[in-house]
Design a protein around this ligand. Sequence first.
Ligand code: GLU
Length: 442
Amino acid sequence: MSVIVRWAPSPTGRIHLGNARPALLNWFFARRHAGKYVLRMDDTDLARSTRAFADGIEEDLHWLGVTPDLLVRQSERTALYDAARDSLIADGRLYPCYETEDELDRKRARARLLGKPPIYDRAALSLTEDDKARLEAKGRRPHWRFRLDGRPVQFVDVIKGAQTVNTASMSDPVLIRADGSYLYTLPSVVDDIDLGITHVIRGEDHVSNTGTQIEIFEALGGAVPAFGHHNLLTDAAGQGFSKRLGSQSIADFRAEGYEPLAIAIVATLTGTSLSVEPYDSLDAIAERLDFSMISHGSARFDPAELNALNARLLHAMPYADAAPRLSAMGLEGEAMWMLLRENLTRFDDIAEWAKLVTGPVEPVVSPEDEDFLKLAKALLPPEPWDQDTWGQWTDALKGATGRKGKALFLPLRLALTGRHDGPELKSLLVLLGRKACLDRLP
Ligand code: GLU
């Protein structure tokens, strides 16, 4: 059986780190098993879903490095859901209910008063055809509930192990609203059957839905896929990420200049037994990450860890990977990249650092170092220069002035670069060449 997975975002906002987790965990699983990846837009909520959000999600997913094999939109698949609806109605599994929200609230309140769980009492199942006709004549439109078996539904979760969801303790779920629109539950099952989904990998907030949905798979005669529910990522404060609360989106991280791989690693390896550390590619993570490594506890995002990881990825980035991005910024040169990359926290910082090589640089010369720097200028060795030139030059200066350590090196750094920190001077000197150095020394 070849693996087919799906990631099913609702396009009601841009995706955040918490959404990137299932998006990528599904991708890793598909890659590991040479399977297929379906991007399914859960856009049945017409009031809140927009095409712009859907397009944005596609863009974010590509930026992260995921290329789906197939894109489907639930809004274009209503005929399939209608057919499933009709078959469930014919089998007596889907039944019309006419209670208003107020009536349901009152029922729940009454149940609570009696110390009973606030589960729907299935009163609608005893309505006669006459009752229904009378309600409809009064203008009531039915919503439709799925009649649960009410039993312990068992499944072996590929992440969490054996699970039981007792549907006897749940209300029969509403699958169709009074306006005829579908809630997420039924279309999801219909699509999973139609698209031959073999594994449903999603957040653990869906475990109880899985109990309901397994019953629906069975009622529709579809093959029940394997399920895996991963721990949820929380923000630094321990709160769930939310599209509506404006949690940092993937698009925000992108705009701030983070590497997609850094975001992918943090989104997936936080809360697993693998460390959050550099990997060469998504495939390299896919090879290592096994579902047994996903912890059962929560996974808390740490912005400091993301920053450190982003920097580490840049510090190790081969020139071949950097070159196209450098050239888009009008920069080039392997030696320059290899020298400066260790100073980067974001890729675009390279533009600023490159000025140390290309100029202009405003040399910093303090009055007490002026004579020393003039001597340094006079002692600058003739070209050709190599990695030994810096040592020869500073040895000569040390011999002539008795300066050493910071007193010897800092004035040279300040004059040549205009700053206190930065790349190794030994290599910078070679990149600059004698002429540029003469220009920067007083
Ligand atoms: N649209 C649902 C969500 O975003 C999909 C859940 C699922 O993977 O079945 O929560």
